[in-house]
Design a protein around this ligand. Structure first.
Ligand code: PMP
Length: 415
């Protein structure tokens, strides 16, 4: 195993990968940029920028409706991207791949089209304490509208789900389990295989929020056996404003459309309207065509690097950065799960995370500070915020050295 990992590392040419990302050549505040905020939004490789540019320059028109050449080119590009996503997620059919604005809209789609019509007083939705607000608030809204109850499974001091406590909350009234695949605030990888198995044993469908999982190695929805899977392109080296909801076809078929308008219909009259087939039934209005093209190119790019090789590279960086950070007096790592994605959340005694972020920015080091849209996680640890460095395919050892040096500088400023 160690030899295989070492080989993967040798084979992984991070200098070449960095060369694929034009933005990494820029300076910030007089220093070469160190970008450690990929969990919020990753940067785009030239392949994605050029695919979007090529589409805009040569192919753009509206999709699905035109007989002219450009409309057909745009439709081919858009539907080709859908097939690309299907293969990436290993979904059975393109009918199961719905383009959305991102993870947030994907979860809201399930909340509105699956949960709202089905749930009533006494029903329960089970989430965890680790969720991003995008996997909390839509369920609170469903509960407010239907009288259902939101149940929240606890975590422990390492930031891991207390699985037995989660399982104990699965009740005969649980109608849906919604859970993050990877926590954005802490990096914890949740035991989603066990979760799906336990929920399915009781006939409960499972939605996985894959926003933070997909960039670190992809996802196989058939292997996961989940019912819904959501992710955003902009964390996967793709554009903003585009994401995906995977849904099991049988469930999607039973769901009414969420939004009405063009493209989601077969025919409209004042006597009645018939809805389009899957997946278009859930894609009202002109979609983000160039975004889909960019997402397809981003998936191609990640697959060229090899998701496994990227994962191994990031894990090596995470281990190195964690060890180096622990050498800084007063630094506390928040989130020490055994299985973690490449996210290092921390606090430094006597320095507010926002001040840390500002000082690091002066040094050209971009990290994220705040509650990371996961306020319950912050409450659990009794802190208002953390500083978070997150690693992607293009980060290298020099980035870690710059991060650690900038943290020492921050300590000196505040001593
Ligand atoms: N879930 C998780 C775990 C996330 O990290 C994010 C983005 N920070 C979201 C959901 C929401 O993604 P988006 O803003 O792209 O819709």
């Amino acid at each position: 195993m160690a030899t295989a990992l070492a080989r993967t590392h040798e084979a992984y040419d991070v200098a070449r990968v960095r060369g694929d990302f034009p933005i990494l050549a820029r300076h910030v505040n007089g220093h070469p940029l160190v970008y450690l905020d990929s969990a919020a939004s990753s940067q785009r490789p030239r392949a994605v920028i050029e695919a979007v540019d090529h589409y805009e320059t040569h192919c753009h028109a509206n999709v699905h409706r035109g007989v002219h050449a450009l409309s057909q080119a745009a439709t081919d590009a858009f539907e080709g991207a859908r097939e690309r996503v299907r293969r990436f997620l290993n979904a059975r059919s393109v009918k199961e791949i719905i383009f959305t604005r991102g993870t947030t809209e994907a979860i809201n789609l399930v909340a509105n089209a699956w949960a709202r019509p089905r749930l009533g007083p006494g029903d329960e939705i089970l989430i965890t304490w680790l969720e991003h607000h995008a996997n909390i608030v839509p369920w609170q809204m469903v509960c407010a509208a239907t009288g259902a109850t939101l149940k929240v499974a606890p975590i422990d001091e390492r930031g891991e789900l207390r699985f037995e406590a989660w399982e104990a909350l699965l009740s005969p009234r649980t109608r849906l389990v919604a859970v993050g695949h990877v926590s954005n605030a802490l990096g914890t990888v949740l035991p989603v295989a066990r979760i799906v198995k336990a929920a399915h044993a009781r006939g409960v469908p499972v939605l996985l929020d894959g926003a933070q999982a997909v960039p670190h190695g992809g996802a196989d929805v058939q292997a996961l056996d989940c019912d819904f899977y959501a992710f955003s392109a902009h964390k996967l080296y793709g554009p903003t404003g585009i994401g995906v909801l995977y849904g099991r076809e049988a469930l999607l078929r039973e769901m009414p459309p969420w939004q009405g308008g063009g493209d989601m219909i077969l025919s409209v009259s004042f006597e009645g309207t018939t809805y389009n087939d899957l997946p278009w039934k859930f894609e009202a209005g002109t979609p983000n065509i160039s975004g889909a093209v960019g997402l397809g190119a981003a998936i191609d790019y990640l697959e060229t690097l090899g998701p496994g090789a990227v994962h191994a590279h990031e894990q090596r960086l995470l281990a190195k950065a964690t060890a180096a950070a622990l050498g800084i007096p007063g630094l506390r790592v928040i989130g020490t799960a055994t299985d973690k994605a490449a996210v290092l959340s921390f606090t430094v005694e006597g320095i507010h995370p926002h001040d840390l972020g500002t000082i690091l920015d002066h040094e050209g080091v971009a990290i994220r500070t705040g509650h990371h849209c996961a306020m319950p996680v912050m409450d659990f640890f009794g802190i208002p915020a953390t500083a978070r460095a997150s690693f992607a395919c293009y980060n290298d050892d020099a980035d870690i050295e710059r991060l650690i040096r900038a943290l020492h500088t921050a300590r000196e400023v505040f001593s």
